[in-house]
Design a protein around this ligand. Structure first.
Ligand SMILES: [Zn+2]
Length: 455
């Protein structure tokens, strides 16, 4: 495939904005060539030259992207696709008054009610919505304790059908008893053994753990022992709410980060979601261990659990990416909220720019590369062709120097026209071309009705 006449935001090392550019995608799903239009006509190849630079283009499909902006597909570094069918679910009794009540009254009741079909349709709907919002890769954290065995296969099936890139894990927890914890360990091990940490590049795996306050030392030690052989890295919630920190202090006389570090859970392969209630010592420990953090600003605000110290974490040398925690399929909203909340938290209008930009566009791809070997998040020969075409007609000059302003006030609000993942179109003309969205929604609604009965 060749995409012609696009304005291209490369986000490569040189961070170029190319006008009237051409991007060629190879049959292997990688970007083969990026060419920039020359003033007198013709094209100049930019970036590192591809190995077969003299071969004339033989692509069968040419996509005219005139008037559109081409940029790398977005990445969601922490989400829960199983939450999709909770939309609009009636909650009995008074509204939950804190985070533990939100978990007990909503999420832990929902996950116990899920069957394998719910898991599949939740993922399918969540992935279609993500795709329509320009997200090509999602790092998912799954839980369905009464339909645990094989659940990750259902999530994988949905990823493959929609055609998105994913990292899957199952949420190990002692909250439903030792048998469920054991089953969760088995599901993680089974899936990682089958898939491998980096998988086939499209579907990869990590080892899922819920959070310090629902995991015993015994279960954590079993997980650490298993992970040592598998090398898949943990994906775990860390210090999301004050209650997690209080629990660790009361029971173990440690912070959450301190406890998990001492048990060997935090390594450079670990993805730690949230990290809100962390001390300066915790930040230093996370940086020293090379642990990776996923920031989820909208979910954190919704649950009233606090605002992560994004500025301090990044200054301290922690690699912090951006996720949605299942709150929204729109990563641009997370980007904006991350930006706004740091200003509100610090009272300093100068902060937030570099942090939100780095988390969404630089660190998410760095985490995907570091943990799962995915070469995504940039338009350059050799990178995977995960691309979005955006209907964006800037009314002011656009270049690499003022890209942030265009992202925040323009591109983030502009419709996604096309999404390509691994060289394969998923969204075209704003419609999902891999699965029938209307049919999926209709079937998902039937699933949801039955699920709500059991809730
Ligand atoms: Zn989460």
């Amino acid at each position: 495939m060749i995409i012609r006449n696009a304005r291209v935001v490369t986000l490569d090392a040189a961070n170029r904005v190319l006008e009237g550019a051409e991007v060629e995608i190879g049959a292997d799903g990688a970007i083969k060539r990026v060419g920039e239009a020359l003033a007198g006509g013709g094209l100049r190849v930019v970036g590192s030259p591809p190995p077969t630079t003299h071969n004339p283009p033989t692509a069968s499909t040419v996509l005219d992207a005139r008037g559109k902006l081409l940029m790398p597909a977005l990445i969601n570094c922490h989400t829960h696709l199983y939450s999709t069918l909770a939309r609009g679910i009636p909650l009995p009794g008074p509204a939950p008054k804190n985070f533990p009540e939100i978990l007990k009254k909503l999420w832990w009741r929902l996950d116990r009610a899920l069957d394998l079909d719910d898991v599949y349709y939740s993922a399918l709907v969540g992935l279609i919505e993500s795709a329509k919002n320009g997200v090509g890769t999602l790092v998912d954290h799954h839980s369905s304790p009464n339909a645990c065995a094989g659940s990750l296969d259902q999530v994988e099936r949905a990823f493959r059908e929609v055609g998105l890139r994913g990292v899957l894990c199952y949420e190990t927890s002692d909250r439903d008893g030792p048998e469920k914890a054991r089953a969760a360990l088995v599901e993680n091990i089974r899936f990682i053994e089958r898939t491998g940490r980096g998988g086939d590049g499209l579907i990869a795996a990590s080892f899922g753990l819920h959070a310090s306050f629902t995991l015993s030392d015994r279960t954590l030690r079993q997980a650490v022992e298993a992970e040592e052989t598998l090398g898949a890295g943990f994906h775990i919630h860390v210090a999301e709410d004050r209650s997690d920190l209080d629990h660790a202090r009361r029971r173990f006389h440690k912070t959450v980060v301190g406890r998990l570090r001492d048990l060997g859970v935090l390594t450079d392969r670990t993805l730690a979601a949230h990290c809100i209630h962390v001390t300066a010592g915790d930040i230093a420990a996370l940086a020293k261990l090379g642990a990776n953090v996923a920031h989820n600003p909208q979910s954190n605000a919704n649950n009233a659990v606090g605002i992560a110290k994004l500025v301090e974490l990044m200054k301290g040398g922690v690699l912090v990416g951006l996720g949605s925690d299942g709150y929204s399929p729109r990563m641009w909203e997370e980007f904006k909220t991350a930006f706004h909340l740091q200003k509100v938290r610090t009272g300093d209008p100068r902060v937030g720019y570099a942090e939100a930009y780095a988390a969404a566009l630089l660190n998410n791809r760095a985490i995907a590369r570091k943990l799962w070997g995915m070469e995504i998040g940039r338009i350059e020969a050799g990178a995977r062709a995960d691309l979005v075409l955006v209907d964006y007609y800037p009314p002011t000059p656009l270049d690499a120097g003022n890209l942030f302003g265009h992202l925040l006030f323009g591109i983030a609000n502009a419709p996604i026209d096309t999404l390509i993942v691994d060289g394969r179109p998923v969204i075209q003309d704003k419609r999902c071309v891999t699965v029938d969205e209307a049919a999926v929604a209709e079937r998902a609604t039937r699933q949801a009705k039955a699920l709500w009965q059991r809730f």
